[in-house]
Design a protein around this ligand. Structure first.
Ligand code: PBG
Length: 326
């Protein structure tokens, strides 16, 4: 045995000793809160499969965002939910400066200024009537390059609306380079790109589809990754780094901690992980049944994601955890 005299329990004897030797830190600034804002709502609307998470009105979003920022979260990630009748084949409501996501970005940019990092989901699925993350060609396939052109438009409107970070989540090839070029050409050289670099075709996005009222029939397996493919995930990360990603993300988090660790080992830029809707719902549901204790389970899950290599964790518990930690 390498260290025959070593008794690890000595360093676990008191809370002070455990604090002294703790390796993984979890602070509010590490956390980003994903938020939903819906067009045409009079009141915030509960999301049945995500108890505690709502679709916000513009006003309730402003209040909740201010509270989360006051609690110390590192940033906010906004998703827009258009009215059903405003969805179309190319996701026009997403590129409309008067669309709900862009209006909400302007609200929060005005309210919060430089006090937080405002991030926007740069993807079409919330805005298309078919629910896919891109534009569909004559054969019914998601057209990669036409979609990228739409992402550029979307990113520009988001940057103009006050987003500090745009976040392409559609897994089109070349999306980061396309958006970087588009932003730079328009003078938005300071707008950062958080790339959903390794995003898997996951069953754990189920509740999110309710959260954004997704119209998707079928699946996203022609653009999101096969859950078993780790080498391909690292290749996706490298491609996004080459294309100019400022932050790379792995998603979901808990079933992909190995991919997260390996991404953190190779990435020269900060690494994020997204604890997605289904991860939130699982823990919430078990806690509601009294099967697990919510707070320690959440802290353990988020700390575990940090330990595996995430600098930044997107989690629907961001504001709660920030409050628990203070
Ligand atoms: C796509 C997008 C999705 C999520 C974030 N961005 C849905 C999908 O890919 O189907 C999922 C987030 C979650 O499940 O919490 N715009």
């Amino acid at each position: 045995m390498a260290f025959p005299r070593h008794r690890p329990r000595r360093l676990r004897t008191t809370p002070a000793m455990r604090r002294l030797v703790a390796q993984t830190t979890l602070e509010p600034r590490h956390l980003v809160l994903p938020m939903f804002v819906a067009d045409g709502l009079q009141e915030p609307r509960a999301i049945g499969s995500m108890p505690g998470v709502v679709q916000h009105t513009r006003d309730s979003l402003r209040r909740a965002a201010a509270e989360a920022v006051a609690a110390g979260v590192g940033g906010l990630m906004l998703f827009g939910v258009p009215k059903e009748e405003d969805k179309d084949a190319t996701g026009s409501a997403g590129v409309d400066p008067e669309g709900i996501l862009n209006l909400a970005l302007r609200d929060l940019a005005r309210d919060l200024g430089q006090d937080t990092v405002l991030m926007a989901d740069t993807c079409l699925d919330e805005f298309t009537d078919h629910g896919h993350c891109g534009v569909i060609d004559a054969m019914g396939r998601v057209d990669n390059d036409l979609t990228n052109r739409r992402y550029i438009e979307m990113a520009l409107v988001q940057a103009n609306s006050g987003a500090h970070v745009v976040s392409p989540s559609g897994m089109m090839d070349g999306q980061v380079a396309a958006i970087r070029d588009g932003l730079d050409a328009a003078g938005h050289t300071d707008t950062a790109i958080l790339a959903y670099a390794a995003k898997f075709a996951s069953a754990f996005y189920g509740p999110f589809r309710e959260a954004v009222g997704s119209s998707l029939q079928g699946d996203r397996r022609t653009y999101q990754q096969d859950p078993g493919n780790a080498r391909e995930a690292l290749h996706e990360v490298e491609l996004d780094l080459d294309e100019g990603a400022d932050i790379v993300m792995v998603k979901p988090a808990m079933s992909y901690l190995d991919v997260l660790r390996r991404t953190a080992d190779l990435s020269p830029v900060p690494v994020a992980a997204y604890q997605v809707s289904g991860e939130y719902s699982m823990i919430t549901a078990a806690a509601e049944r009294g099967w697990i204790d919510l707070r320690p389970a959440v802290l353990e899950s988020v700390s575990g994601i940090r330990r595996a290599g995430a600098d930044i964790v997107l989690t629907y518990w961001a504001a709660d955890v920030a409050r628990w930690l203070s």
